[in-house]
Write a new protein. Structure first.
Length: 115
C-alpha cells in the first residue's frame, strides 16, 4: 500500500488541504477517508482548496476520489477548488479526461486563494 499524506491548514478565505504522495487504486480509500476527516468539522458555507501539487502519482481512481470528496462537500454547501499546477501529474490527467475541470483549476494555492 502506498502512503498518502493529507496536510490541512486554515487560510483567511479557505481551508487548504494538500495531498502528498501517490493516489492510486491501492490508496484511494484511505485518501478519501483522510480528506473527509480533515474537513469533518468545517461549517458551511466554507471553501476548501484541494492542493494536488505534491502528488507523485495520480490515477483515474485518484480522480474519482477527488470527485467523490467534492460531491460530499457540495452536499454540505462547501465549495472545493482544485490546485493542479500546469506541469503536474494531476493537471495532465484532468486535461485528458475532464477538460472542464482542468480549466477550472488553479496553478497555485495563492492563485486559488486570491480568486
Amino acid at each position: 500500500m502506498n502512503d498518502i499524506l493529507v496536510c490541512a491548514t486554515s487560510a483567511p478565505t479557505a481551508f487548504v488541504v494538500q495531498l502528498n504522495g501517490e493516489v492510486d487504486l491501492s490508496s484511494v480509500l484511505d485518501t478519501g477517508e483522510r480528506l473527509l476527516a480533515a474537513c469533518r468539522r468545517l461549517p458551511p458555507p466554507h471553501s476548501v482548496v484541494l492542493d494536488l501539487s505534491a502528488i507523485t502519482f495520480f490515477s483515474v481512481a485518484g480522480l474519482r476520489a477527488v470527485r467523490a470528496f467534492a460531491a460530499v462537500m457540495a452536499g454540505r454547501e462547501i465549495d472545493v477548488v482544485i490546485v493542479a499546477p500546469r506541469d503536474g501529474l494531476a493537471y495532465r490527467l484532468l486535461t485528458r479526461l475532464t477538460p472542464q475541470e482542468a480549466a477550472a483549476s488553479f496553478p497555485s494555492v495563492s492563485a486559488a486563494l486570491s480568486n
